[in-house]
Design a protein around this ligand. Structure first.
Ligand SMILES: [Fe+2]
Ligand SMILES: [Fe+2]
Length: 245
């Protein structure tokens, strides 16, 4: 989905620059070929997935994995035997392949952080800390993967709960800084055309890494993990009304 729409958008932009004949060809390849010229532009805007939006929606997947860790940590303390190590193992594997090996290593550490550091300013001081946190996250993921291998978590319940809670707190701060400081600072280092090229580049990396649409697949995987752990019904998280004052 993302692949088709973002590629179509980029082709549309290139075609706009190089002539009407190409424009028609490019628009003909969009999945929702609109009728009028105005509608073509509207359709292109609605389908747009920029490089920064891409990074932020990847954070959405990472946050859902963190929510799995939070719910699991609580349960490990009250009813450890109810936790399926396999579901946690799947969450940690997703965190590793999608969060650490792709989002962090292939995008943030390779493209975003070097550009933000080079640009200077307030944001330039953060990448070194963010990299230290990526590395600590990898150590904790190694630990989660190791202790959830067997059929039972057993005596590791408390240290595992503590390690997951520490990881969650670190990443809540980490991703919030990236969303509000790092990604906007990175965007400022690029022209609109360069940002568009980065979108292409990220898409290419995603396909190299996963051989398909990694984001769509990651959303599907986290959904399955949530179902396995009884976390898929969003309504259960609606807050109760506040006490009467
Ligand atoms: Fe990061
Ligand atoms: Fe990130």
């Amino acid at each position: 989905m993302k692949d088709k729409t973002s590629s179509a958008r980029r082709e549309f932009l290139r075609a706009s620059a190089s002539g009407a004949a190409l424009l028609l060809t490019a628009c003909g390849r969009t999945s929702h070929a609109p009728a009028s010229e105005k509608q073509k532009h509207e359709g292109e805007k609605a389908d747009e997935v920029t490089a920064t939006e891409d990074l932020m929606r990847e954070h959405g997947v990472i946050r859902r994995a963190l929510l799995v860790y939070t719910a699991t940590a609580t349960k490990l303390r009250t009813e450890a035997s109810a936790i399926k190590p396999d579901a946690l193992q799947k969450a940690a594997r997703l965190f590793r392949t999608f969060g650490e090996d792709y989002h962090e290593k292939k995008l943030e550490e390779a493209y975003i952080f070097p550009a933000v550091k080079q640009a200077g300013g307030d944001a330039a001081g953060l990448p070194d800390i963010l990299i230290t946190q990526h590395n600590r996250g990898r150590e904790i993921t190694d630990y989660i993967l190791a202790v959830t291998q067997g059929p039972k978590i057993g005596t590791k319940a408390e240290p595992l709960a503590k390690a997951m809670e520490a990881l969650v707190l670190m990443y809540r701060h980490h991703a919030a800084r990236e969303d509000t400081i790092i990604f906007p600072a990175w965007k400022q280092t690029l022209t609109a055309a360069q940002l568009d090229e980065m979108g292409d580049k990220f898409e290419e990396i995603e396909h190299q890494q996963f051989g398909k649409d990694g984001y769509e697949d990651a959303v599907k995987q986290i959904g399955e993990i949530e179902t396995e752990l009884g976390l898929s019904d969003l309504a259960q998280f609606t807050a109760p009304p506040p006490p009467k004052s």
